[in-house]
Write a protein that binds this ligand. Structure first.
Ligand SMILES: *Cc1c(COP(=O)(O)O)cnc(C)c1O
Length: 360
């Protein structure tokens, strides 16, 4: 068996020990005689898996006691609609910061439910920056302020937590949740699809401050009403049981490695290998402003775009896959989430050097 270095933006690489444990437990979880996939979500076995996953998520993210942690379905794109449905209450508008492809999607979807104020946009820099918070035209009467903490496609990331005063801050953290410590208390709501950093596709994690519950518009589907789901321990409908189980194993893996502070250190070291190389190279470059660069998704360009296909072929031949950049950005993108070992980034840089020596 050969495992590749998988630089996919998502669904993405998972820690190998997690996959091995899941394989070991596939036919018979802890003497139950069943796979986790076959369990009732209301049985004691699955209840214990669910409870441990939630407890670990709370512990790792240091979630204060006045926040609910929900394990839902629908993905982050689903949340683009579910968030306004739940948080608008009687307010007519919400504030959105536009930092790239994912915030544009959030803005478009929210527009179906409310007036959207785009309070700042990085459009004029080609989405290579995060607009300075002093320039944001925040509305004190907005229902909430929405940001995307890490733009998976453009490779820009917030390296500060915005201060939105009394207006709840909402963040799409799909591609950087659990990559670093986060001050949950500064947010009203955090959401993330699991398939970048937490586990398999199908699970969406929502962390919501309790005082924001109970404002859902009457049209909100019950399965997506945070208050109803909070009251039902995320089991108003059948939750994505297997995805929750795998996420729980990922949480254990993160904890065993020292938690989020250790993950952040590891992720900084990994990203530095690549960014330092890009900075020194004349053949490759990062399109993103230095103070906004993502530690999770690293887009880079070759000086000669006609060599892109050749570069990708050579990478594939060396067991490094999914390096093609998103069509809206072009070039390459290396996604280096928690589960990517530093050896993967070192192997990529070694190949980039060889490719440059031959074709630069
Ligand atoms: C991947 C991603 C999404 C989309 O998630 P789905 O699970 O496909 O709905 C949304 N936002 C960000 C930041 C992402 O990285």
């Amino acid at each position: 068996m050969t495992r590749v270095f998988n630089f996919s933006a998502g669904p993405a690489a998972l820690p190998e020990p997690v996959l091995r444990q899941a394989a070991d437990e596939m036919l018979d979880w802890h003497g139950s005689g069943m796979s986790v996939m076959e369990m009732s979500h209301r049985g004691k076995e699955f209840i214990s898996i669910h409870a441990e996953a939630e407890a670990l998520a709370r512990e790792l993210l240091a979630v204060p006691s006045n926040y609910k942690v929900l394990f839902l379905q629908g993905g982050a794109i689903g949340e683009n609609a579910i968030v306004p449905m739940n948080l608008l209450g009687d307010r007519p508008s919400a504030d959105y910061v536009d930092t790239g492809e994912w915030s544009k999607k959030s803005i478009k979807e929210a527009g179906k439910y409310c007036r959207v104020n785009v309070v700042a946009s990085a459009k004029d820099t080609g989405y290579t920056t995060i607009p300075k918070p002093e320039t944001w035209k925040l509305d004190p009467n907005a229902a909430f302020v929405h940001v995307c903490s890490n733009e998976t496609i453009g490779g820009v990331q917030y390296h500060f937590t915005p201060d939105t005063g009394n207006v709840p801050l909402v963040a799409d953290m799909s591609s950087d949740i659990m990559s670093r410590p986060v001050e949950v208390a500064k947010y009203g709501l955090i959401y993330a699809g699991a398939q970048k950093n937490l586990g398999p596709a199908g699970l969406t994690i929502v962390i919501v401050r309790e005082d924001l519950l109970g404002r859902a518009l009457p049209i909100t589907p019950s399965a997506f009403d945070y208050k109803l789901q909070a009251e039902a321990d995320s089991m108003l409908n059948t939750p994505p049981t297997y995805a929750i189980y795998i996420a729980g194993l990922v949480f254990r893996w993160i904890k065993a490695r020292g938690g989020l502070a250790a993950m952040a250190e590891h992720n900084q070291a990994k990203a530095a290998v690549l960014y330092d190389f890009l900075a020194a190279s004349r053949f490759y470059r990062s399109p993103v402003a230095p103070d906004c660069r993502s530690l999770m998704n690293v887009p880079f360009k070759l000086a000669d775009e006609t060599k892109d296909e050749l570069f990708l072929k050579g990478a594939q031949a060396r067991g490094m896959i999914q390096l093609k950049g998103h069509r809206s950005v072009g070039g390459m993108r290396a996604s280096i989430y928690n589960a990517m070992p530093i050896e993967g980034v070192q192997a990529l840089v070694k190949y980039m050097k060889e490719f440059e020596a031959e074709h630069g």
